[in-house]
Design a protein around this ligand. Sequence first.
Ligand code: ADP
Length: 399
Amino acid sequence: MTDRVLVLNLGSSSLKYRLLDGATGVAEATGSVERIGEDSATLMHSVGGHDHTEERHVTDFEDALRSALDAFDRHGPAIDRDDLAAVGHRVVHGGDLFAEPVVVDDRLLDTVEDLVPLAPLHNPANLEGLRVALRLFPDVPQVAVFDTAFHQTMPEHAYTYAVPVAWREKHRIRRYGFHGTSYAFVSRRAAELLDRPVEDTNLVVLHLGNGASAAAVRGGRSVDTSMGLTPLEGLVMGTRSGDLDPAIHGHLHRELGWSLEEIDRALYRESGLLGLAGANDFREVTQRRAAGDEAATLAFDVYAYRVRKYVGAYYAALGELDAVVFTGGVGQHSAVLRAAALDGLSRLGIVMDAQRNEARSFDARFVSADGSDVAVLVVPTDEEWEIARQALAVVRGAQ
Ligand code: ADP
């Protein structure tokens, strides 16, 4: 019986894929197709330590997936359909309908389509990925793994916005949360590091990548998270504002005549670090800050302060805390951000160890001092492995 899983992650104009062993996480090949639908797309296929890159016109998602399969044919490894346990798909929004991964069938496609209004940027691409993969791999089980699923355990008081009942009941307005596969993976891994069952852990997990969010995780289950109905709420991100006064839309519309689309675009694509410092890359912001740049210093401070506020809020939400866990590109690699976010919290039992924090490493590790009541951990996330693992579990369960 094979544990091989092909994981597909389709964004609005990109495809990322990985062929891996769902049980061990060992990857045979990874790749991406960027700028689908534009004049020239970049296809990158990485196998056995070699990167094969080429530019070619890729018209749509089907073309992108065929290009990827073509790269497997030319550079290896061979994907024999009989030797594939599942295709695992990242699907961004499962609404309140999916708390678990599911096998894809026609009914599921209709349901994901119904959820498009909740994720207009992501779900159409995910849906197309599901349809194309069903055509290309008709005999291989396809499993949808939802970014929102992990947060379906949130209690009602945490996911409910204080808005009229019709909004909540008819229009599904509530907090959903995202980055769920990352939280599932990181929470389990953090429990291993703490050397206790995940059921006995209280964690604040900070997923800080281009998109960023925080989650309060009790016993391996989400009890709150900072992203909401959409992935705009919460922490400061590369180009997204995070938390705002919700009256800002109305204000800008009335005062400046801006359309809702213009305002949305600015909040999703022109805000966050980019809006504050003119750069969305955290590394660049950090470098410019170190060189004394005022805008970069403010951007860093706003970002770190927002993280700190959520740590405090989720500590209180959990009541007790075993670890603060950093993941995502910024969380894993920026010692200076980790230090700024948690500095001076010894009264809360959080004490960092400067040397451990600054040591460069790609491993899951402690960065807190030995006597710290609350551990501070850095845990590299692996969303593709988590998708493969969950896909495999669903397929095995169904067999
Ligand atoms: P995505 O959310 O697209 O998966 P990542 O998790 O890879 O993104 O995170 C990307 C972010 O991580 C970028 O802002 C990048 O600048 C930041 N980052 C990566 N390496 C470092 C580093 N050494 N120091 C600071 N920031 C870093």
